[in-house]
Design a protein around this ligand. Structure first.
Ligand code: UDP
Ligand code: MG
Length: 309
């Protein structure tokens, strides 16, 4: 019998969890040749998520949970889940049923019979999602495809089942700033994509505000690309050239482009551009600073359902 570890990051999911557990249990019970374990990771929830997970672990020996001491973010929760998963196959799923459990059977079948290392859900649309968020997300994926040489696209999310070799290679990457979509793409392996339609979350609300999505997007680009620094260099060189050309032109023409207003404008413009690019460099330096501290990616407050606990 194979074992499938279902890893579920949960942040304030008390409303969604009972339905998630019921529907997903039904779905995995129907998979022949495999048993499953649930690894729920409570990412510092302030509602009753932790109590619900504890009750799951008491009632069902397949359920295990880890509770963080505070909110460390979905990426940290996924990492903790993977570190604690003992399955031959591991799959990441959101707690809100936006990742259809019905696909688990097909994913397992693909990995067993078609020789792929990973089988991932490809979300075909953004039905039910806030319009502004859709537009911003699409733009972000366009930028990331251009700046990072990795296969990250709109709809290619975290819902994926992988074999032990791929799971172990993800665990090898111990960086503090974890951008999972980039990490999946970085480790490579043969992946089959199976399309699914977006559905609205079963209960509760999305945990992403626009500012947090913006921070996530910046993290993604900075973690996997140095294109902004290259851009800064090119822009700096072009500005330098423009300054020389303007100076020569002003000298030759003798009048027109002189005077204090022009000077003030130029100083402001150049300072603005400099500060913008210094801030990009600062972002990289701060990422490196966080990595160099070697802080833990998460801190566990409580664990349950594991045989050793
Ligand atoms: N999540 C988490 N930590 C966070 C934010 C979200 O563990 O800080 C979990 C959340 O409980 C859910 C999954 O990540 O299981 C996806 O979150 P959400 O549904 O809010 O994201 P969306 O579907 O809107 O992108
Ligand atoms: Mg969701």
């Amino acid at each position: 019998m194979d074992k499938i570890s279902i890893i579920v990051p949960c942040y304030n999911e008390e409303k969604a969890l009972p339905e998630f557990y019921r529907v997903t249990s039904d779905a995995v019970n129907g998979i022949e040749g495999a048993v499953c374990e649930f690894i729920f990771v409570d990412d510092g929830s302030s509602d009753h998520t932790s109590d619900i997970l504890e009750s799951f672990a008491c009632a069902d020996s397949r359920c295990r949970y880890i509770s963080f001491s505070r909110n460390f973010g979905k990426e940290a929760a996924m990492y903790a889940g993977l570190q604690n998963a003992s399955g031959d196959y591991c799959v990441f799923m959101d707690a809100d049923l936006q990742h259809p459990p019905q696909l688990l059977k097909e994913m397992y079948h693909v990995l067993k019979t078609e020789g792929y290392d990973c089988c991932a859900g490809l979300r075909e649309d953004r039905t039910g999602e806030n319009k502004l968020r859709s537009i911003l997300s699409r733009t972000f994926y366009k930028i990331i495809r251009k700046t990072c040489k990795l296969d990250m696209g709109d709809g290619k999310g975290d819902f994926r089942m992988m074999n032990r070799t791929m799971a172990d290679s993800i665990l090898e990457l111990k960086e503090y700033n974890r951008y999972m979509k980039g990490i999946f793409s970085f480790v490579g392996f043969d992946t089959k994509w199976i399309p699914f339609h977006n559905v609205e979350r079963t209960a509760g609300e999305t945990k992403w505000s626009l500012p947090s999505l913006f921070r996530y997007a910046i993290d993604g680009i900075l973690s996997f690309s140095s294109a902004p620094v290259t851009m800064a260099g090119t822009a700096g060189a072009l500005l330098f050239l423009a300054a020389i050309v303007t100076g020569i032109w002003a000298l030759l023409s003798g009048n027109g482009l002189t005077g204090i207003p022009l000077l003030v404008c130029l100083i402001l413009l150049l300072n603005g551009v400099q500060m913008f690019f210094i801030s990009i460099l600062g972002q990289y330096v701060s990422k490196d600073y966080m990595e160099s501290k070697k802080r833990p990616i998460y801190i566990v407050k409580k664990k349950g359902g594991f045989t050793s606990t």
